[in-house]
Design a protein around this ligand. Structure first.
Ligand code: ARG
Length: 282
């Protein structure tokens, strides 16, 4: 009898605990569905994922014309589509200048920034990043006539360098190479034009983007076998998410990144994007 009572009391305690916990759970949900919805909840409620990108970085993001209309495509856009599919929502792409993307993320104009962005320490202070989805390298393009002249970073330092404004390449040129007389422009195609016109001598950018541009524009060449030893070699890419209630969203994006990388699907996406650039040229 005594034993039975103890058991009953213990059960009762468990029940009280359970009710108490359920109470906590629903309170949290209530809060989430009002003003303080988590990021993933808000995206699902809106039924769309809004991704900001600067489409001047083929094969990651670039513009093609299809049936007389321009369309933003590339490996980052495919990645964005995979994320939208995983969340069960539509994808909306917003094209912006590279240096306007993080402010747009912070003011909720976009849900994510996917633009070949490198998660550096400065940016990490204002936004959160997913895991790395691509480990790239930097490269340098020059005028064809200069291609043989650049053998080292020291040679590069003597040239007038162009970089995308607000990019990690700008930080490399400014902080690592310690140059002050470089040119920072908003868009990558403008940099290539300036190179062709002789306003600058070299552009530092992702090596895949470099070779695509060298293939596209006459008189532009990639510098072969150049080691950017002062920390300019590696260019990691991750997705930026606004700081705040984003844990679940980050977990979902990281899960998708892992699946795509482990299965080799991401490599295919990238290869397809490279193909798409070369088709567009013809
Ligand atoms: N990885 C570099 C950075 O984060 C350059 C990215 C440029 N991307 C672009 N879509 N133009 O600063």
């Amino acid at each position: 009898m005594k034993k039975g009572l103890k058991k009953l009391m213990a059960l009762g305690l468990v029940a009280v605990l359970a009710v108490g916990m359920a109470g906590c759970g629903s309170k949290k949900e209530e809060k989430a569905s009002s003003a303080g919805a988590t990021k993933i909840e808000q995206i699902k409620k809106d039924g769309k994922l809004i991704v900001g990108t600067s489409p001047d970085y083929p094969p990651f993001e670039f513009i093609i014309s299809e049936d007389g209309k321009s369309k933003i495509v590339g490996a980052d856009i495919e990645l964005a589509q995979k994320f939208a599919d995983k969340l069960g929502v539509k994808l909306e792409i917003k094209s912006m200048d590279f240096d306007s993307l993080l402010p747009a993320l912070q003011s909720d104009v976009v849900d994510l920034v996917i633009t070949g962005m490198t998660p550096d320490e400065t940016r990490k202070k204002s936004v959160d990043f997913t895991d790395i989805y691509f480990t790239g390298k930097n490269g340098v393009i020059v005028k064809e006539s200069d291609a043989g002249k650049v053998k080292s970073e020291d040679d590069l330092k003597k040239m007038k360098i162009g970089v995308q404004k607000g990019s990690t390449q700008e930080i490399y040129v400014k902080d690592q190479l310690k140059l002050t007389d470089y040119k920072a422009l908003t868009s990558v195609p403008d940099l290539v034009m300036d190179l062709k016109n002789g306003n600058i001598d070299a552009v530092v950018l992702n090596d895949k983007v470099a070779s695509i541009n060298a293939g596209k524009y006459d008189g532009v060449k990639v510098v072969e076998n150049l080691a950017l030893t002062s920390g300019g070699d590696e260019e990691l890419m991750a997705v930026a998410v606004k700081k705040g209630d984003n844990k679940e969203l980050l977990a979902a994006l990281n899960e998708e990144i892992k699946t795509l990388k482990d299965s080799g699907e991401y490599d295919k996406i990238l290869a397809n994007a490279v193909d798409q650039v070369s088709k567009e040229k013809k």
